[in-house]
Write a protein that binds this ligand. Structure first.
Ligand code: SAM
Length: 248
């Protein structure tokens, strides 16, 4: 029986591909790619002969059974997306879930992921965080989305499209106020990589000053609401006051 390898590819800098990813892409029988032309370029950069077929949101369900059949016939298949880790706001969910359901072997070949790259350098708390994918298209839904992201108390990681970033900042200001802190990570691992931390108003100014700053690939991060003392559970509060009493 074959194996489905879920292979991460670079999100900008082509050197961010692991030795194991190269070995896997070279040795598998077939590569399921989000866009065969895009993946073809990466493969030719790596001097790997292309044996790709397209797997995108529109045909993924039909292709999934085909992939399980190939695995059952003993073929090894790699799953890649255009950039970063497949299934993370990218195709692949139907394939992996069907493989799991039907007992096929699935294994990760980990690597770049914009969400993790962004949060790891954001300066925001990373002990608990949530990845929320892209923000909703409609303003009201976005306002609810940002409010509940904040209320979660965790750092939230959000993928933003260039045409929505300014509207998202307006919505954040609307529900969380002008002083709300945000962090923007742009063009990670690329020439014009940028991090910006500040209030939502400062970020809007930064992006308006030079509109080219609104272009490119963007991750937006929002710190969670800090726990108020009364929200700390009663037993934890008792423990804290006992500890305080013991402190010199
Ligand atoms: N699967 C990918 C991953 O692992 O990060 C994400 C794919 S999703 C379709 C594309 C979005 O990811 C972009 O709109 C942007 O929000 C984010 N992204 C991808 N590459 C990025 C980069 N180099 N810098 C900043 N954000 C990036």
């Amino acid at each position: 029986i074959g194996t489905l390898y879920v292979v991460a590819t670079p999100i900008g800098n082509l050197d961010d591909i692991s030795q194991r990813a190269i070995a896997t892409l070279s040795s598998v029988d077939l590569i399921a790619a989000e866009d065969t032309r895009h993946t073809g370029k990466l493969l030719s950069h790596l001097s790997i002969k292309a044996k790709t077929f397209a797997l995108h949101d529109h045909n993924e369900k039909q292709k999934a059974q085909q992939i399980v059949n190939w695995l059952n016939e003993g073929l090894d298949v790699a799953l890649v997306s255009d950039a970063g880790t497949p299934l993370i706001s990218d195709p692949g969910y139907s394939v992996v879930s069907l493989c799991r359901e039907q007992g096929a072997k699935v294994t990760p070949v980990p690597g770049a992921c914009a969400a993790i790259a962004a949060v790891s350098c954001s300066g925001l708390p990373t002990d608990r965080f949530q990845f929320l994918g892209f923000s909703p298209a409609k303003s009201k839904a976005r306002q609810d989305f940002f409010l509940s992201a904040y209320e979660s108390g965790m750092t939230s990681i959000i993928y933003e499209s260039t045409h929505r970033i300014m509207a998202s900042l307006d919505d954040i200001e609307h529900v969380l106020g002008a002083q709300q802190q945000v962090v923007l990570a742009k063009e990670l691992t690329k020439t014009f990589e940028t991090f910006f931390s500040g209030t939502v108003v400062e970020l809007r100014e930064f992006l308006t000053e030079d509109p080219t700053r609104q272009r490119g690939e963007i991750v937006l991060m929002l710190p969670g609401k800090e726990k108020q003392p009364e929200e700390i559970p009663a037993d934890a509060r008792r423990m804290l006051s006992l500890l305080e009493a013991e402190m010199p």
